[in-house]
Design a protein around this ligand. Sequence first.
Ligand code: NAD
Length: 253
Amino acid sequence: MDLGARLKGRHVLVTGASSGLGEHFARLCARHGARVSVGARRREKLDLLVAELREAGALEARAYALDVTDEASIKSCFNDLAAPLDTLVNNAGVALASSALDTPLADFDSVIATNLRGVWAMSTQAAARWRDEGREGAIVNIASILSARVSGGVAPYAVSKAAVKQATHALALEWARYGVRVNALAPGYIETEINAEFFASPPGQAMIKRIPMRRLGRPEDLDAAFLLLAGDAAPWMTGAFVPVDGGHLVSGL
Ligand code: NAD
């Protein structure tokens, strides 16, 4: 089955698309002929990307100002969407490296506001519209292997991503009756510009040795799972938590 072909013509909204994996997913959707909408807090940061998406083959590409922590911003983004949505990709996220005892409550709140409340607010907005319009829809939550296991110094992030996993299950159960599928893609450690320095350091190298496949992921390692969840190739798949991590979650204790 050509998973990419099952995305052609679908309207996909990717949150937090101004960098990293969000930008990668938007490009992937464009290459497969989707109608791509990208959201970020500063819309002007997306202008270049939108031009690239059009050139890469997107049926249409548009940028929207979107802060997933702000209900008014979310509503205005959904109201402005140029066409009915088929897939929502909840990618926006923030990570915070600090030990629990050194984390001010305000920092904890801000991680939860983006990673969990943002996913909730975006998802309920999308699902309510799909239900009211009698349309099917798909939600892809970008979770993490920290949804299922823990690592030191990132407790608020791990807590938020564990909740995203459970939200995926709970919302899949509630919305199956409306034809709304909710699944989670859980990446392991993916090499990006932001973490390149860490993974070149001795602790970073030690971490790579704990990944059973002995290497970091590349954004494109996520493509097949993303296409499966974002397109319509798996219409009976909902509530799934799909790790793509070189075996990190099954590493020996
Ligand atoms: P990133 O920092 O490049 O991307 C996160 C994006 O979210 C940024 O563009 C940021 O501007 C945006 N964002 C943050 N707060 C926002 C808000 N309130 N409203 C709208 N956008 C907002 O990092 P990334 O690695 O590309 O992460 C993307 C997603 O993948 C995150 O949810 C992250 O937790 C998850 N993830 C990443 C990895 C990895 O190794 N890179 C592993 C597992 C999970």
